[in-house]
Design a protein around this ligand. Sequence first.
Ligand SMILES: [Zn+2]
Length: 165
Amino acid sequence: MTVIDEVLTANEIYSRTHELRKLTPRPERKLAILMCMDTRLSIRMLGLKEGDAHIIRNAGGIVTDDAVRSLVISHYLLGTEEFMVINHTDCGLMHTTEQDLLTMVQNRAGTAAVAPAFFYAFQNIEENVRHQLQKLRTHPWIPQKVVVRGFVYDVTTGRLREIDL
Ligand SMILES: [Zn+2]
């Protein structure tokens, strides 16, 4: 049995009660969060429950075109008014460089590829968060009235630290 098979079994059990049926697609607390996909990050550390917020995740918690696309939809179609960007200590993208990543993947895959063009590796986490905030705050489709704030989550202490621009 693969893990996906196990997940399908669990879903069969879940569907008997389907507790999330009552949720609406609009985040109840009008919040959208862009954060790393790291397993150590969760809505639990933010005191949120399902239905409270949009959670947009990718490697690093990077403001990519696709993350912007999701945030724009989140605000315009689904009414969110505050955006949080969360990077974290000990992120995999901090332990490497753009070139090392590219070389490693190309060597293991045995071929080059056109996309993705960037992995968004970074060295300085505060600088990286500021860079993400700048991309959002200067984007013409993200209105000034939308609150945009950035944070570093410490995976050792469980605390969030705000990063000012
Ligand atoms: Zn990470």
